[in-house]
Design a protein. Structure first.
Length: 71
């Protein structure tokens, strides 16, 4: 009976190590995923700001090209 108990205890220790390693990997993946998501949002914000600037410039250019009407 002692042998069975020794085997069970050694397997429990191995399982705990594997569980800790798996939890660490999952946490690392979660952090990387959050960083990628944040980076993607920042790029999206930059792109939106750039597009807004281009639109306002296009409107200004169009106004400059239109001749003044005499009323």
């Amino acid at each position: 009976m002692e042998t069975f108990q020794e085997v069970a205890e050694s397997q429990k220790a191995e399982d705990e190590k594997e569980s800790s390693a798996a939890a660490g990997l999952i946490e690392k993946l979660s952090v990387e995923e959050k960083a990628e998501k944040k980076e993607g949002e920042e790029k999206s914000d930059d792109k939106t700001k750039k597009e807004a600037g281009e639109e306002s410039k296009a409107v200004e250019d169009k106004k400059a090209e239109e001749p003044a009407s005499s009323a």
